[in-house]
Structures are given as structure tokens and as C-alpha cells.
Design a protein around this ligand. Structure first.
Ligand SMILES: Nc1ncnc2c1ncn2[C@@H]1O[C@H](COP(=O)(O)OP(=O)(O)OP(=O)(O)O)[C@@H](O)[C@H]1O
Length: 589
């Protein structure tokens, strides 16, 4: 399947949607309108929950904020619904930004629970504010107007609703395929991965959160002016759960899944309401919820990943063109070989009473490969994490390229030129090799939200794509750039991480046990790659267990034992040092 096929399918869908009001009865058109309105919220949730991994139960509250805002502006104060749109969107985004700043630093379940809390709180607010009509709501909301044309009938507002849904899908897919979108898709890999790429994880979460709220606000605005009456019910916590259900049914992480999920849940609910009274006379009110929940549980059992990803598995994959040469991305000024690049002075890190790193000092000079070795628990990883900003030192100082970085955030350290790999590989398995490596170019590129959504980033994207391909070829993985990273064997996954780090154009490459879990042939390939990188004057700091691997590769070695530096020197000297043999090498030396 080519890009042309995808475009033709999208055009066919647009034509079908455009013709639908001609063949559908008014009831079905109204149902379609609701599906469109719900889709906007579910697309936002696909971004927030499916892509970003932030489970929110509170989106209905954002729909409500915009619906009440526009009703207040237009019905209670007599201004245009368009002013209501501006006010509703601005207010919702502001509320989301404040809630996001307060809650998005929470981790895991606590974050989701906080969405329940504010979802409930905002929902209750609507029913208790005198000026918003309490539980009676606000009526006589005017219709949206285009000049003299008022969108009164459901067939009239249909085109506006679905026009917005189509635009949101188009722009949303542009966004996902951009620098910012890739950063959003990396969020599920955890903060450490994201920050190690020079990305401010909190800022990306906040942007994603506000975008989802923005889409909910569009939905709220349309809802208020379509139904012309609002009350707290449609914005309560129950509806918040339903939106989440829609995005999961359609396929969390798939924007199109948001639309499919909204359609399936709305139609299913409608059918349950229609047919249940025939089966259980009299008790249908409560049974409806039971029947609906049972269907959802069955769905979770059998098609957990959602409808769109399930169907997509059986469709032919879109063929992509190999990236073409493009103007290179900016490069950083590299230190001259032999120049002092990194200086660690009196580093100390404690965990409670345990001193994991104790008064450790060493230097790395530009162009060399330095290994930090030591027995299990010697403090290598802790030292490594302090260097990259994942942990803070309790005492001591780290100076990189002449600048103290001791208290810098991880993303700032990454931007300064330290690129890392992980002991336990951190890749995005559902992203291609090329996209994984493109993540490494984040700090070298600039395109933001606007440029990404409106495709004003194409020159920079072409450069980033080509840079990623160059790095893939450099490490020997250039043959199948569109393969999914999760399909690679472990050895190649480790090498792919190195390519991603190289795409950042680092001044210092830090590798955390790169040979762990590799077979002999894979280790030889890795050593060959690292030698070729040294030939390119790259500076490498390596934490490794495999002595054979380290001895034949590196220029100097620092040995840690029980958190302290035991000694430092060339591999031959370290190999023959009795203290090292005793502490660590044992029979290997
Ligand atoms: N987050 C933590 N909380 C408490 N103790 C920790 C933490 N991280 C590490 N430690 C302790 O600090 C000491 C040094 O651990 P570290 O992981 O840095 O050693 P290492 O040399 O990397 O070991 P390995 O080779 O097994 O990875 C160990 O005693 C470890 O138990």
C-alpha cells in the first residue's frame, strides 16, 4: 500500500461523510453529530492516554468547562457563540495548564487518581454555582452562525462538526509525525529515556495534556450550541469514564481509533437502549449499565489493543521511501583531541546510610575511551546516573566541557552533549529504527507545535530523517530503516541505542554495560563499532562487566570498589594490579 492509497482511502471517507446527510434520516444525523462531538474528546484521549501514557478520567470536565463558558457568554450575556468559542477554549486550556502544572509530576496511579478528583470537583461545581443555573442548567443557547446562516438543524451543524473532526485528524497525524509528536510517543518509555534525549518530559506531558483539553473544549463548544441546552449530567465522572472507554475500544494511541471508538460506543449504547426493554421489561434503566459493562469486559478480554490497531494488522503496510540526502543538521563544536572534557571531583552519593559513591575523582579527555569497572555493587551505575543527571550528587562536582553540570537536569546535560545508552535497553519498540534514531536529533532540531501540525517543518524533518539514516548506516543497521525496533534481537537493539545517541552529535558518549547479554559474535561487532567511533575521534565513557571486552578496547580504566576509587590506569597496568585482581578480576587476569 502506498501513500497514494492512504490518501485515496481518506478522500473516499471524506466523500462518504459529506454525502451522509443526503441519505440518513434526521435521527441518524443527530446520532452522527454526537459521534463527531465525542470523537474529538476521544482523539484527545488517544493522544494523552494511548500515546502519552497519561490515563485521564477527567476529560468530561474539560468538555463541561467550555460548554458552560460558551453558554455563559452567548446565552446569559448575549454575545456571539464565536466569542464563546474563544473564551471557552482559552478558559479550558488555562484550567488544564494549571491542573497539569500541579498534577503532572505525579507518577502512575496517583496521576490517574488526581484526574478523578478534579473531574469530580469540576463536575460538582457546575451543579452548585448559582450563576450557571445549578442542576437546571442553562437553556436558550443560540445556534452557531455563519453570517445570516444559523446552524439550527442537525443536518446543518453536521458539516461543521465533521469538518472539525476531519481537520483534527489531519493535523493530529501531522503532529504525531513531527519532532514534538515523536517526543510524545517516547513518553511511554519513561522520564529517564525522554530526558536522556534532551527532551523536557514534564513540558511534553503538559503540552499533550493541554492539547487533549483543547480538543475537549472544541467538543464542549459544539455540544452546547448543538443541543442548545446544557446541564451538569453530560460532564460528570461517568461520562469521563465513557470517553476513556471510547478511546480504548477504538484503539488507545490511534487517533482514528478515537472516532471508531466514539462510533462503536455510541451505537452500542443506543442499541442496548433499544433492545434491552424487549428482553427485560421494566428493569431496563439499571440493566442498561450492566449490559454495557458486560460488553466492555468481553472487549477487554478479546480485543484489548482496540479495533483500529487490530484491523491495521491485516492491512498491507504502507511503503515508505528511503530518506534522501538533505542539508545536514547543525553540529556542535567538538573539543580538540586530548583536551579535558569531563572532570569528576570528590563525587559522593549516599542512599540513607549507604555510601554508594565515596569521594570519587577522575577525568575524561577528548578522543579517549575510558572504562569504569568494579565488582557488583561497586557504585558504577550510581556514578553513571550522577553523571547523566538521573541522580544528584550529595557532595562533589562534575564539570563538563568547562561548565559545572552537577545540579543540572538530565535533559540539560543531554543538550550539553552527553548522550547515553542504558543497561536495560530503552527503545520504543513500536517505532521504526529510523524514528527511534530520529528521537536522538531532538536537541538539534527546533520545530514546535505549530510547525509540526501545519507541516512547516519539512526541511528540518528531511534533514533529521537523513541524519538518522546516516547514523543507522554508520552502526550497520541501515538496511531496513522502517523495521520496528521491537523486532530486533538484543544485540542490535543495543547498537540501535548507540545510533540514537550518535544522532545527538554528542561530545561524550556514555555506554552503560553495552555488552551485557550479548553473544560472542555480537560483542565482537560491538567492539569493532566502538573502535570505529574512536577512529572518528569520539569520546566514550563505558561501564562494563565483561573484562575481556574492556581490556582489548579501552585506553584507560578507573576501578571502583565499595563505592571508592581503587586505582586508575592503562589496561595492562590494571590487569597486573594486585588490588584489582583481589577485588574484582579474580582468575580472569
Ligand atoms: N536507588 C537506590 N537506593 C538504595 N540503594 C541503592 C540504590 N541504587 C543503588 N544502591 C546501592 O548502592 C550500591 C551501588 O550500587 P550500583 O548499582 O551503583 O553498583 P554497580 O557497581 O553498578 O553494580 P552492578 O554492577 O551490579 O550494576 C549498591 O549497594 C546498591 O545496592
Amino acid at each position: 500500500m502506498t501513500r497514494l492509497h492512504v490518501q485515496l482511502a481518506a478522500m473516499a471517507a471524506v466523500v462518504c461523510l459529506a454525502l451522509a446527510p443526503l441519505v440518513l434520516n434526521p435521527f441518524s444525523i443527530t446520532l452522527m453529530n454526537y459521534i463527531g462531538i465525542y470523537s474529538l474528546v476521544a482523539i484527545g484521549l488517544a493522544l494523552l492516554t494511548g500515546v502519552g501514557g497519561i490515563v485521564s478520567f477527567g476529560q468530561a470536565a474539560f468538555v463541561g468547562v467550555a460548554a458552560y463558558a460558551t453558554a455563559w457568554v452567548s446565552a446569559l450575556n448575549g454575545y456571539s457563540p464565536w466569542l464563546g468559542l474563544v473564551f471557552g477554549v482559552a478558559l479550558t486550556c488555562a484550567v488544564a495548564a494549571i491542573l497539569g502544572v500541579v498534577t503532572l509530576r505525579l507518577q502512575g496511579h496517583f496521576l490517574s487518581l488526581s484526574t478523578v478528583a478534579w473531574g469530580l470537583a469540576i463536575g460538582f461545581l457546575f451543579g452548585n454555582v448559582e450563576g450557571l443555573g445549578r442542576f437546571n442548567g442553562i437553556s436558550s443557547i443560540p445556534p452557531i452562525r455563519f453570517g445570516s446562516l444559523a446552524l439550527v438543524s442537525s443536518a446543518q451543524i453536521y458539516f461543521l462538526i465533521w469538518g472539525i473532526v476531519a481537520a483534527v485528524l489531519f493535523l493530529g497525524y501531522n503532529l504525531l509525525d513531527s519532532r514534538l509528536g515523536r517526543a510524545m510517543r517516547a513518553l511511554r518509555g519513561g522520564n529517564t529515556l525522554v530526558e536522556s534525549l534532551g527532551i523536557n518530559a514534564f513540558r511534553i506531558k503538559l503540552v499533550t495534556f493541554v492539547i487533549a483539553a483543547f480538543l475537549a473544549s472544541l467538543s464542549g463548544w459544539l455540544y452546547a450550541h448543538m443541543s442548545r441546552f446544557i446541564s451538569p449530567g453530560p460532564f460528570d465522572a461517568g461520562m469521563g469514564i465513557e470517553y476513556l472507554m471510547m478511546s480504548m475500544v477504538g484503539g488507545a494511541g490511534s487517533l482514528l481509533g478515537g472516532v471508531v471508538g466514539a462510533a462503536v460506543v455510541t451505537l452500542l449504547k443506543n442499541s442496548v437502549q433499544d433492545y434491552l426493554p424487549l428482553i427485560a421489561k421494566g428493569a431496563s434503566g439499571q440493566l442498561e449499565i450492566v449490559a454495557f459493562s458486560a460488553l466492555f469486559i468481553l472487549f477487554l478480554q478479546w480485543a484489548r489493543q482496540g479495533i483500529v490497531p487490530f484491523v491495521a494488522r491485516y492491512l498491507p503496510k504502507t511503503k515508505r521511501e528511503r530518506p534522501q540526502p538533505a542539508p545536514p543538521l547543525p553540529r556542535r563544536a567538538q573539543a580538540t583531541p586530548g583536551e579535558l572534557l569531563l572532570k569528576v571531583e570528590g563525587a559522593e552519593r549516599r542512599f540513607g546510610g549507604l555510601v554508594a559513591v565515596n569521594n570519587v575523582s577522575f577525568e575524561v579527555r577528548s578522543g579517549e575511551i575510558l572504562a569504569v569497572i568494579g565488582p557488583n555493587g561497586a557504585g558504577k551505575s550510581t556514578m553513571f546516573n550522577c553523571l547523566t543527571g538521573a541522580l544528584r550528587l550529595n557532595k562533589g562536582e562534575i564539570v563538563f566541557a568547562g561548565r559545572p553540570i552537577t545540579r543540572d537536569a538530565q535533559s540539560r546535560i543531554a543538550k550539553a552533549g552527553i548522550a547515553r545508552t542504558f543497561q536495560h535497553v530503552k527503545l520504543r519498540p513500536r517505532m521504526s529504527l529510523l524514528e527511534n534514531v530520529m528521537l536522538g536529533t531532538y536537541a538539534r532540531t527546533r520545530a514546535g507545535l505549530f510547525a509540526g501540525t501545519f507541516r512547516l517543518n519539512q526541511r528540518e524533518e528531511a534533514s533529521a530523517r537523513h541524519e538518522a539514516l546516516v547514523q543507522l548506516e554508520r552502526v550497520g543497521l541501515g538496511e531496513k530503516p522502517f523495521e520496528l525496533a521491537g523486532n530486533l534481537p538484543l544485540g542490535n537493539q543495543r547498537i540501535l541505542e548507540i545510533a540514537r545517541a550518535l544522532a545527538a552529535d554528542p561530545a561524550l558518549l556514555v555506554l552503560d554495560e553495552p555488552a551485557a547479554g550479548l553473544r560472542r559474535q555480537e560483542k565482537l561487532r560491538l567492539a569493532e563499532l566502538l573502535r570505529s567511533l574512536r577512529a572518528d575521534h569520539l569520546t566514550i565513557l563505558i561501564v562494563e562487566h565483561d573484562m575481556e571486552f574492556v581490556m582489548s578496547l579501552v585506553d584507560r580504566i578507573v576501578v571502583l570498589d565499595f563505592g571508592s576509587k581503587l586505582c586508575e590506569g592503562a589496561p595492562a597496568a590494571i590487569r597486573s594490579d594486585e588490588r584489582v585482581q583481589e577485588a574484582y578480576l579474580g582468575g580472569v587476569a
